[in-house]
Structures are given as structure tokens and as C-alpha cells.
Design a protein around this ligand. Structure first.
Ligand SMILES: Cc1ncc(COP(=O)(O)O)c(C=O)c1O
Length: 413
């Protein structure tokens, strides 16, 4: 019998060569060190089971379906967002202070869901007909083809350009060109972007708001890395942006390094009537899924109280790791370059290219036991680049960087 499966999912999916080699190494019991480790529960940030105690509160025994999520959880989020964005002197490391210009968002503006990935799905459903498009940054993290594809939506790229040592800029002409291609319902901004570590700059922001308004597109702003500035320069949150319909995404995956808790959220803002309609329509989507679990929503006020300590502790590690990379791979005589990084959990390394990125990645794995994410994972325009995780424990990151350097030193001899 032949079943006509949906074309939303690309299939068949062949495991790539690197994934195959990695699986073989694992099966052979060979150790690997992952230069691109992005799982925060594997990098020595683990907490004791006490961390989960708030999830055991008795409130979690009752089910009271609320489309936007439990009111107490949304009130805690509203207060957290206001404190984090509003006052540079607040205990929470604020990314810039310009958020103070925006009104405090009430709890009715927040929608809780299981993750930011799910939030994208909800927003694409809210905004797009099948065949419509959303604009996504390139380079960017590779999930968008799937997130958009699953909603029968096109993920259309716009460019980010790198200027050393100043950093990345959004190519606004490429944004406008993609908008002119038609059917664009949203511009996705990752603030700061993964893996480029670049915030949307204030001057880019005003152009993007104006462009989105002109072309009738919403902004979807992924701020999961907003509160992890590393390079000294950070920008304000988009939460409360009123120039155009705006959805800001965040969640516990990064804010608390706890993706296993499965809690994300959307904060909506924008001009009056369109916002009111968006909130009403989004509520229907949220009510259909009722995704967020009661125990984790009940625990949110206590969990958010733990965020400032987590942010400042991990922030220190990120900055120290970036300095380590610079020490091992930077400098005027080095054939390597650590690209400017303003925020987030990843730094990009530019490498010499005596062979293709894939060949280099295979060599690093076979000869140094080093697992890597080469630039083509992120749609870099040219080769060779590798992602370095800044959340690794300092000693592991230093060891990974030394092996990386040693591999190239041998190759270039
Ligand atoms: C920019 C960005 N947004 C969202 C996510 C996914 O977060 P969540 O676990 O909330 O789906 C990731 C994961 O790495 C990410 O890099």
C-alpha cells in the first residue's frame, strides 16, 4: 500500500558523513570532546535535585486549563521582564537600558508554551497561509527549515555580513529584496543571533521596524540569548516594541540553562487594533494545544528568582572562555581568527582552509577526537569556520581549543 506522506518534511534524510563517523566512534567506545557542546545540562552547570523542588508544589496536582498559561506565572514573567529591561541597575544583567522607554507589559501579553521552537510554530500558524514566507537570518541556526517547513511556510534568508573586527551587520538591502519577493508575513530576528553572536543594533532596529510596517510583516524576535552579553556591547529587548506587531520569544532553555523543563513564552506588543486581534487569535492556537505543564508554570516565580545568579555565573564563564579562545587562537601571527562576538553561547572561529570544511571536520574528529560544527551547518557564505561553545567548563574549552590548534598546526607544517 502506498501512503502519500506530507511533503512538509524533507525525506529521506540521510545521516551526514560526520554524524555517521561520530556514531562509529561512539560504538567503538572512543572518547570525543565536543567543541560545539550546546547542551547546558552537560557542562558542569548541573544543580542538585533541590532545583526541581518548586515543581513538586501541590498546585501541580490540579489541572486548570488556561490558554495563555497560569496567571501567576504570567504575572511573574511580566515583573521579570520589566525589571530586566527597565533598569540598568537591576540585579538582572540587563541588555542595554533602552527598554525603559517601553511601557511595562501586562500579564495578558504573555503566552506560555513548551519551548521557543513551539512558539515559532504557533506564530507561523497565526501569521501565514501555506506558501507564505518568513525571513530568517543567514548565517543562522539550522532549525528554521524544519520549523517553517512543518507549517508549509518558506524560510527565506536575509544576509548578515561580517567586518573584522567590528562584527556583524544585517544587510538591510537583502532584507528589503527578500520582502519584495512577496508573501512575507514575518521577519525573524535572533537577538543576539546564533551562531554569529551579534545583537540587532539600535540603528538596524529602527529600519527593520519601518520595513516590517511598510510590507505588512510582523517581527518575531528570538531573545533566548539576550541576557548573555559577552563582548561588552549589548542592545535592549524588543519586548514592548510598538512600531509594528512584535512577538518576543524566550524560555527556560537558555535563561536558566534548563531545556528539560520545557517552558517557553511569547510576549506580544504592537499598534492597538492589530495587537488586540493578534492576541485573540493567538489565544485560540494556545487553547488548542494547552502545551505548558502545570508544575513548571507553578514553579516559574521561584525559578525566575534563580535566573539572576545563573545569568551572572554563566556570563562570567562565557567571557572567560572567549578570552581563552583569543589566547590560544588569536594574535597577529595566528592563521586563525576568533570572530567578534557580542552575546550568546557560541563564538565563531575562522580557520585556514587547506581542505574543505567537511574534510577538516573529519580530520579533527579522527585525529584529535574533536567533534565540531562546521560553518556549513549554519549556512556560512564561505569556508572554513567552526563553532566554539562558550558554555563548556573552562578547562574543557581550553583543551578543545588546543587540540583544534594542534590539528591545524600539523596540517599547515
Ligand atoms: C536562537 C535559538 N532559539 C531557540 C532555540 C531553542 O530553544 P527551545 O529549547 O526553547 O526550543 C535555540 C536552541 O539552541 C536557539 O539557538
Amino acid at each position: 500500500m502506498k501512503i502519500p506522506f506530507s511533503s512538509r518534511l524533507p525525506w529521506p534524510s540521510h545521516p551526514n558523513r560526520l554524524a555517521g563517523l561520530l556514531a562509529e566512534r561512539r560504538a567503538a567506545g572512543l572518547p570525543t570532546l565536543n567543541l560545539a557542546e550546546s547542551n547546558p545540562t552537560r557542562v558542569g552547570l548541573e544543580r542538585g535535585a533541590g532545583f526541581l523542588a518548586p515543581l513538586a508544589a501541590a498546585g501541580g496536582l490540579r489541572y486548570a486549563p488556561e490558554p495563555r498559561g497560569l496567571p501567576a506565572a504570567r504575572e511573574a514573567l511580566a515583573a521579570f521582564t520589566a525589571a530586566a529591561n527597565g533598569a540598568p541597575t537591576a540585579a538582572i544583567p540587563a541588555a542595554g537600558g533602552r527598554g525603559a522607554a517601553f511601557p511595562r507589559l501586562g500579564p495578558e501579553r504573555f503566552f506560555l508554551c513548551s519551548s521557543t521552537s513551539e512558539a515559532y510554530g504557533w506564530l507561523f500558524k497565526l501569521l501565514c497561509e501555506p506558501g507564505d514566507a518568513v525571513l530568517v537570518p543567514k548565517p543562522g541556526y539550522p532549525l528554521f527549515d524544519f520549523l517553517a517547513g512543518l507549517e508549509a511556510v518558506e524560510a527565506r534568508p536575509y544576509r548578515l555580513e561580517y567586518f573584522h573586527p567590528k562584527g556583524w551587520r544585517i544587510d538591510l538591502d537583502s532584507v528589503e529584496e527578500a520582502l519584495r519577493g512577496g508573501r512575507v508575513r514575518a521577519i525573524v530576528l535572533i537577538h543576539p543571533n546564533n551562531p554569529t553572536g551579534s545583537y540587532v543594533r539600535a540603528e538596524e532596529r529602527s529600519s527593520l521596524v519601518a520595513l516590517a510596517a511598510r510590507y505588512g510583516a510582523a517581527l518575531i524576535v528570538d531573545e533566548v540569548f539576550l541576557r548573555f552579553p559577552v563582548g561588552g556591547r549589548a542592545e535592549a529587548s524588543f519586548a514592548g516594541e510598538e512600531g509594528v506587531l512584535t512577538f518576543v520569544l524566550d524560555g527556560l532553555s537558555k535563561l536558566l540553562g534548563a531545556p528539560q523543563l520545557k517552558l517557553g513564552w511569547i510576549a506580544a506588543s504592537g499598534p492597538g487594533t492589530v495587537l488586540a486581534e493578534a492576541l485573540g487569535r493567538l489565544e485560540i492556537i494556545a487553547d488548542t494545544y494547552l502545551s505548558a505543564g502545570t508544575p513548571v508554570m507553578g514553579a516559574l516565580p521561584e525559578l525566575l528568582a534563580a535566573a539572576p545568579a545563573f545569568l551572572s555565573g554563566l556570563g562570567e564563564r562565557l567571557r572567560a572562555n572567549l578570552a581563552t579562545l583569543e589566547e590560544i587562537l588569536g594574535g597577529p601571527d595566528s592563521p586563525h581568527r576568533v570572530l567578534a562576538c557580542e552575546g550568546g553561547w557560541t563564538a565563531l572561529l575562522e580557520a585556514p582552509r587547506p581542505a574543505s570544511e567537511e574534510e577538516l571536520a573529519v580530520g579533527l574528529l579522527n585525529e584529535e577526537g574533536l567533534q565540531t560544527h562546521p560553518g556549513y551547518f549554519f549556512d556560512m557564505e564561505r569556508e572554513a569556520y567552526f563553532a566554539a561553545s562558550l558554555i563548556l567548563p573552562g578547562k574543557e574549552l581550553a583543551e578543545a581549543a588546543r587540540r583544534y590548534r594542534a590539528y591545524f598546526d600539523r596540517l599547515l607544517r
